[in-house]
Design a protein around this ligand. Structure first.
Ligand SMILES: NC(=O)c1ccc[n+]([C@@H]2O[C@H](COP(=O)([O-])OP(=O)(O)OC[C@H]3O[C@@H](n4cnc5c(N)ncnc54)[C@H](OP(=O)(O)O)[C@@H]3O)[C@@H](O)[C@H]2O)c1
Length: 352
C-alpha cells in the first residue's frame, strides 16, 4: 500500500501539546503510514501538497469550538498549494506537474489531497508556491468582505482590528490596493514596527495606547468624519470601543471572535447611525455563491503575481511540528501567516 505522512485529529483537545507518531492520548498525532487518497471521480485531481496554512478556525476546530464539527478522526487543514500528482481520465484543466492552490473543508495537513478540478486554481508565473498556500482563506475572506460586501472604495476610512493576524494583514493590504485610508490596531511593539513599514496611515498599539483616543486624534488631524468600514476578526471589548469612531452609514464586517467574546452591536445605535452589519462566513460562499469565490481568488492571484499584495510568512514548520505552529497562533506571536511547509521527497511515499 502507498502511504503518506499526515496530521490526524483523533480526539478534540489542545493541539499545542507535543505530538508524536501514534500517541493515542494527544488531540493531534502524526501518522507516517496514512493511506494516500485515491482519485475519486473522473474529474478528480491528486495534489502533492507543498504548503498548507494554519488559520484560527483550524485551531478552534480541533478544540471543538468551531461551527463545523467533523466526525473523528479527521485530517485538519483547509488552504494549500502544491503540484498536480495524478489526474482522473476526464480532467481537462490540469496536467501532472502543474502548480495549483485551493481550499478544502478538511484534509490539507497531509502530503497528498484529492480535489475536483473545478476547485483548483492555477498558480500563475511569478507567484511563490508557498505563498499561494496561504492565500485562499485569509486573503479570500478579507477580499470578499471588503470588496464584495462593504464596497470599500478609494478615500474611505478602513479600521482593521487584530491587524497583524492572517485575515487582518490581508485586510490592510487589500485596503491599500483599493485606495482606502487604513487605520489598524495590533498588540506589541514588534508588530507595530513591521506594520508601520507597510505605509499604513495610522497604527495603534493596543498594549500601550488609548486605542480610541488615538484613532480620534488621527481622524481629527486629517479632517476625517469617522471610520467608514470596520473590519473585525476580534470582537468583544475592542468592538465596543471601535463603535465610538464609526461614521454615519458605516459598514461593520463581523469576521471572527479571536477574543473569545461574541460582539454586542446595539440595534438602536445601528438604526440611528444607519450602520450596516455584515455577518460574513467565507467558506459558505462555496455552497451559496461559488462564482464570487472564484472571481475573488483569480483577482487575488493576479495581484500577487503583479506584486500588489505580498504574503508574509510569519512562522513555517514541518508537518510533525504542527503543535508548534498552533502554539504560535495561541500565543498571539503571529505577524502574517503560519505555514506547514512540506519537503517534496524526503518522507513522501515512504513505503513505495
Ligand atoms: N468569517 C470567516 O469566514 C473567517 C475566515 C477566516 C478567519 N476568521 C476568523 O477571524 C479570526 C482571526 O483569524 P486569523 O486566522 O487571522 O487568526 P490569527 O492569525 O491568529 O489572528 C488573530 C488576531 O487576533 C488578535 N487577538 C485579539 N485578542 C486575541 C485573543 N484573545 N486571542 C488570540 N488572538 C487575539 C491577535 O492580534 P493581537 O495579539 O495583535 O491583538 C491576532 O493577531 C478568527 O476568529 C477566525 O475564526 C473568519
Amino acid at each position: 500500500m502507498t502511504t503518506m505522512e499526515a496530521v490526524v485529529c483523533r480526539k478534540l483537545g489542545d493541539p499545542t501539546q507535543p505530538i508524536s507518531d501514534g500517541g493515542a492520548e494527544k488531540a493531534i498525532v502524526v501518522e507516517k503510514n496514512h493511506p494516500i487518497p485515491e482519485l475519486g471521480s473522473p474529474t478528480s485531481v491528486r495534489v502533492r501538497v507543498k504548503a498548507t496554512s494554519l488559520n484560527y478556525a483550524n485551531y478552534l476546530q480541533i478544540l471543538g469550538k468551531y461551527q463545523e464539527k467533523p466526525p473523528l478522526p479527521f485530517i485538519p487543514g483547509s488552504d494549500y498549494s502544491g503540484t498536480v500528482d495524478a489526474v482522473g481520465p476526464a480532467v481537462s484543466k490540469f496536467k501532472v506537474g502543474d502548480s495549483v492552490c485551493s481550499f478544502a473543508a478538511l484534509g490539507s495537513f497531509a502530503q497528498f489531497i484529492v480535489a475536483d478540478q473545478k476547485e483548483l486554481f492555477g498558480v500563475p508565473e511569478g507567484c511563490d508556491l508557498v505563498a499561494a498556500g496561504a492565500l485562499p482563506v485569509a486573503f479570500g475572506t478579507s477580499h470578499v468582505a471588503l470588496v464584495h460586501r462593504a464596497n470599500l472604495s478609494s478615500g474611505q476610512v478602513l479600521l482593521v482590528l487584530g491587524a497583524a493576524g492572517g485575515v487582518g494583514l490581508a485586510a490592510i493590504q487589500i485596503g491599500k490596493v483599493v485606495g482606502a485610508i487604513v487605520c489598524l490596531i495590533c498588540r506589541g511593539a514588534e508588530k507595530v514596527e513591521y506594520l508601520k513599514h507597510l505605509g499604513i496611515d495610522h497604527v495603534v498599539d493596543s498594549s500601550s495606547e488609548n486605542v480610541i483616543q488615538s484613532v480620534k486624534d488621527f481622524l481629527k488631524s486629517r479632517k476625517l468624519k469617522g471610520v467608514d468600514v470596520l473590519y473585525d476578526p476580534v470582537e468583544g471589548k475592542l468592538t465596543k470601543e471601535a463603535m465610538k469612531v464609526l461614521s454615519w452609514g458605516a459598514n461593520i464586517l463581523v469576521i471572527g471572535f479571536a477574543s473569545g467574546e461574541a460582539p454586542v452591536i446595539p440595534a438602536n445605535i445601528a438604526l440611528v447611525k444607519n450602520w450596516t452589519v455584515h455577518g460574513l462566513y467565507w467558506g459558505s460562499y462555496k455552497i451559496h455563491q461559488p462564482g464570487v469565490l472564484e472571481e475573488s481568488l483569480k483577482e487575488l492571484l493576479s495581484w500577487v503575481a503583479r506584486g500588489l499584495i505580498s504574503i508574509r510568512i510569519s512562522h513555517a514548520y514541518r508537518l510533525p511540528e504542527a503543535n508548534l505552529a498552533f502554539s504560535a497562533i495561541k500565543d498571539r506571536k503571529v505577524t502574517g501567516k503560519v505555514m506547514l511547509v512540506l519537503d517534496d521527497e524526503r518522507s513522501a511515499r515512504s513505503k513505495l
